[in-house]
Design a protein around this ligand. Structure first.
Ligand code: NDP
Length: 480
């Protein structure tokens, strides 16, 4: 299958006619190719977006919203095709793509299509003196770059708010998982989205991605990906004074107190550790357990982990699918080796899985892995692994838990398990994370702002924050 760029309403190859292969992680086989797009392709996409901007930004909000809602509907119409593509591209269980990724992508278009109708700006009455108000206007061409772990969900999380408030877009999905973005471009054509409003350039980060970031006439960049890539992007974008949102890596603590609802905690912790093969930026990878519960938790959690089926993503009872790419698979194996070198004990897992089935005999499967015996300072507990590997560390007091939770460069998310309401509030106010779940995980109202602290990012996405991010603000003061 040839995946094509979507530029000025048309599906076209790259200007240089260079291609990159794409692989199905579950089979290890090539399933298609994408254009290895260059600066010239980004320039074409920018020109289309630039030319489309005056008419798109001048549309009534209701008309723009109608397009977004139509795209949401068509994502639902094509949901099975999208779910199959997402699973084949990324290696995740098809059941997960059906349940989470694809519905959430249509939710993103539906949410921003309607939220933009209710955006308001501030006005202050200064009495006799006059009044002061704020105008929010679209900025122009937005550059959007997204990662491979939740390909369609995170891509649409940026595209929908940028379009909703009147920007036009040049976007690049990850080269590793381009398939759902390609189907989205076909959906946009079916929805009748005017040419040039939304453009997708496929290719690598250093080539196509960097050309977007460095383009002098793309004044706003929204990026989700690794912390070191975010730093490289900031180095280019900051001296150009671009508006920048960076959603970056994490090393999220999952803090379990003895007084928690044990059964609920255990079930949710299995999910928060290994859903999507541990490749969700919000997965908890450092499990801090209060000492009185440690032995029981370790036994039950290990049993629960062993019972998870690592299998063909197409089989309904598969809980853990394939790792997204050979490079990521090798990276995770490297960290398992490092855990042993650092003195850790592998309680379960730690090995590749070869015996999935005939179809998947060359896929990149790993056992979900539990490490113990490492303190919070070692590399395995400091660096983002982004795979099905968790480390369990005991703690004694609330202060210990807090110190350990905050002992990394990251601050994306945290989960807290306790029945003590006062402690929940006390800890939640002190944990250095952009989002803190108390007795739950991955539950969120889309209206709230989302983003990390420390090296997990700057800027906030989600809710009205995202709509405001994609506007420029004028402060207007009128003297009467
Ligand atoms: P990367 O940082 O490697 O890549 C993210 C995107 O940036 C890809 O599209 C990539 O292109 C592109 N890119 C790479 N280098 C450059 C560059 N120099 N200039 C411009 N673009 C570039 O991240 P991964 O794809 O490996 O995703 C995993 C990471 O994403 C993890 O660290 C995870 O924590 C983080 N993440 C954060 C989230 C959050 O909300 N904070 C949510 C989800 C993931 P290509 O891949 O095509 O080369």
């Amino acid at each position: 299958m040839n995946i094509l760029n979507y530029i000025n309403g048309e599906l076209i190859g790259g200007q240089e006619d260079e291609w990159l292969d794409n692989f199905n992680p579950a089979t290890g086989e090539k399933y298609g190719r994408i254009p290895d797009s260059s600066k010239e392709d980004v320039e074409l996409a920018w020109k289309a977006a630039h030319d489309a901007f005056p008419a798109w930004s001048a549309l009534k909000q209701e008309e723009r919203s109608r397009y977004l809602l139509r795209i949401a509907e068509l994502i639902e119409v094509h949901q099975e095709k999208l779910a199959l593509a997402e699973s084949a591209d990324n290696g995740k269980p098809l059941s997960l793509a059906r349940r989470m990724d694809i519905p959430r992508a249509s939710d993103n278009f539906r949410f921003y299509g309607t939220a933009a109708l209710h955006m308001h700006s501030e006005t202050y009455d200064m009495g006799e003196q006059g009044f002061n108000y704020v105008l929010n206007r679209p900025i122009g061409v937005a550059g959007l770059i997204s990662p491979w772990n939740l390909p369609l969900y995170l891509f649409t999380w940026k595209v929908a708010p940028a379009l909703a408030v009147g920007n036009t877009v040049v976007a690049k999905p990850s080269e590793v998982t381009p398939a759902t973005a390609f189907i989205l471009s076909q959906i946009c054509i079916e929805a009748g989205l005017p040419p040039g409003v939304f453009n997708i350039v496929h290719g690598t980060g250093p080539k196509a991605g960097q050309a977007i970031v460095a383009h002098p006439k793309i004044p706003v960049i929204s990026f989700t990906g690794g912390t070191s890539t975010g730093a490289a992007i900031a180095k280019i974008a900051a001296p150009m004074f671009k508006k920048l949102s960076l959603e970056l890596g994490g090393k999220n603590p999952n803090i379990i107190f003895e007084d928690c609802d044990y059964d609920q905690m255990l079930k949710t912790t299995l999910a928060s550790s290994f859903t999507n093969q541990g490749q969700i930026c919000l997965c908890g990878s450092r499990i801090l357990v209060q000492r009185g519960l440690y032995e029981k938790f370790l036994k039950d959690f290990t049993e629960g982990t062993r019972a998870m089926k690592v299998g063909d993503p197409l089989e309904a009872d598969t809980r853990v699918g394939a790792i997204v790419s050979r490079a990521q698979y090798e990276k995770v194996l490297h960290y398992i080796l490092l855990a042993k070198e650092e003195g850790g004990k592998i309680e379960t897992g730690g090995k590749p899985v070869y015996e999935v089935n005939e179809r998947c005999k060359n896929g990149w499967f790993l056992e979900p892995t539990i490490v113990t015996g490492l303190d919070e300072h070692c590399r395995v507990n400091q660096e983002e692994i982004f795979g099905p590997v968790v480390s369990i560390i005991p703690f004694d007091t609330e202060e210990d838990a807090l110190r350990m939770a905050n002992a990394t460069q990251y601050g994306l998310s945290a989960t807290l398990w306790t029945s003590n309401l006062k402690r929940a509030h006390r800890m939640a106010a002190k944990i250095e994370s952009g989002i803190i779940w108390v007795n739950c995980w991955l539950v969120r109202d889309l209206r709230t702002p989302f983003g990390g602290m420390k090296n997990s990012g700057v800027g906030r996405e989600g809710g009205f924050e995202a709509l405001k991010f994609f506007t420029e603000t004028r402060n207007i003061c009128i003297q009467l």
